[in-house]
Design a protein around this ligand. Structure first.
Ligand SMILES: [Zn+2]
Length: 388
């Protein structure tokens, strides 16, 4: 039934988009959702289109409103011209009238009735709109936005620098190294193996199609496992430290480089996104150091700067003071130093080391609906390796 609904919503989007584009191209006529809505009532009575009447009216109205918004974004130069939706893309339906059972912890949608959810509903007021979504591997999700009071965490008096890497998920200035969970690494290697399989298969064949679906499933699992690990790490950092210094990695620049791995790049930006909004929720400070700040090449003890440090060198000795450094821990310590200098600079100008500050503070945060419960993550998800 839901497949039919997604199909109907997609059909309406494509039909309305086609009509609006043609009307403008041939008659310079600007139609809107209300015009199409009038026709929709007619279509429902037309032979061959009766199936439109089986779909909840609110979903179809929302589809037209979504298209209206896509057009106004285009005219305001915020987005490209709306696109037709392909059959393969996963669908979404939006419901405005979501039934009255919400306060009892039950979500009921028009024509679907009560839905059994994997997680319980939060104890918030009934939201005005609920989105039902299907992802690329066929799982269903409901999402909604709600206002929630979040208590600020008590001050701990601790600060930390975090260096993100390919070898480890993160290295802390305290010397702790956090490795990605074993399961995550295993799934990564499984993905590579299955992708090699795909490359050998004939284009357009049924077997290849099946293989693509298999790979989409592995991808979804990787994203889930990564989210899990990152949520654990970011929640842990925000609970323990008042100030967290991170590197402002230019993800786009990294993707162009030789050491790019799309999955790792995504992990970097996801880490920063989570850390930023959690810090805002709980009253912590996140400072992102400029990507041109040479955090790896500076000696964290004496400040001596190396001319270059090859990526494969994991440990090095300072020529000036003789300190022995682990590459990542040293970088994390330098990030912390730069962040503290930045903080001091914002309090009293005299403490600033040089004219320009190497840091910029992160302020924007985006929260995805699925995450309004970051504390639920299990502790066995990460292995902590302490090195001396
Ligand atoms: Zn040194």
């Amino acid at each position: 039934m839901l497949d039919k609904w997604f199909g109907a919503s997609r059909w309406l989007w494509n039909t309305a988009l086609g009509i609006r584009s043609e009307a403008y191209r041939h008659c310079a006529l600007k139609l809107n959702g209300n015009d199409i809505s009038g026709w929709l009532t007619q279509w429902k009575r037309t032979a061959g289109h009766e199936w439109l009447a089986d779909v909840p009216a609110t979903c179809l109205t929302q589809t037209l409103r979504d298209l209206d918004r896509a057009f106004s974004n285009f005219f305001a130069k915020r987005a490209r011209y709306p696109k037709f939706k392909a059959r393969t893309t996963s669908g979404a339906l939006r419901f405005q009238d979501i039934g009255s059972a919400w306060s009892d912890g039950i979500l009921s949608l028009p024509k679907l009735g009560a839905l059994k959810l994997t997680e319980g509903l939060p104890g918030t007021a009934k939201p005005a709109m609920v989105t039902l979504r299907q992802d690329a591997v066929g799982r269903y999700f409901v999402s909604f936005s709600a206002a929630v009071d979040v208590a600020i965490l008590p001050v701990t008096g601790k600060v930390i620098g975090v260096d993100l890497g390919l070898m480890h998920l993160a290295t802390l200035s305290s010397g702790a190294k956090i490795v990605a969970p074993k399961k995550y690494r295993a799934t990564l290697s499984k993905l590579r193996q299955q992708q090699r399989c795909l490359a050998r298969q004939q284009k357009g064949s049924k077997r290849r199609q099946r293989q693509r679906r298999r790979i989409a499933k592995i991808h979804a699992r990787i994203v889930d496992q990564r989210q899990y690990a990152l949520h654990h790490l970011t929640t842990d950092l925000v609970r323990k430290y008042d100030v967290i210094a991170i590197e402002d990695l230019n993800v786009k620049a990294m993707a162009r480089g030789m050491h790019s791995r799309s999955i790792h790049d995504a992990a970097f930006s996801e880490f920063r996104r989570q850390l930023t909004y959690k810090a805002q929720w709980y009253g912590r400070t996140v400072i992102a150091c400029d990507r041109f700040y040479p955090s790896s090449k500076l000696c964290s003890r004496c400040g001596h700067k190396l001319d270059q440090l090859r990526l494969d060198i994991r440990e090095w000795e300072c020529q000036k003071c003789g300190a022995h450094h682990d590459r990542d821990i040293n970088a994390a310590q330098n990030l912390l130093t730069a962040a503290m200098r930045q903080l001091a600079g914002s309090d009293s100008r005299d403490l600033r080391a040089d004219g320009e500050s190497p840091c910029t503070t992160v302020m924007s945060a985006q929260v995805f609906p699925r995450e309004a419960r970051s504390g639920q993550l299990m502790s066995e998800c990460l292995e902590h390796e302490r090195i001396s």
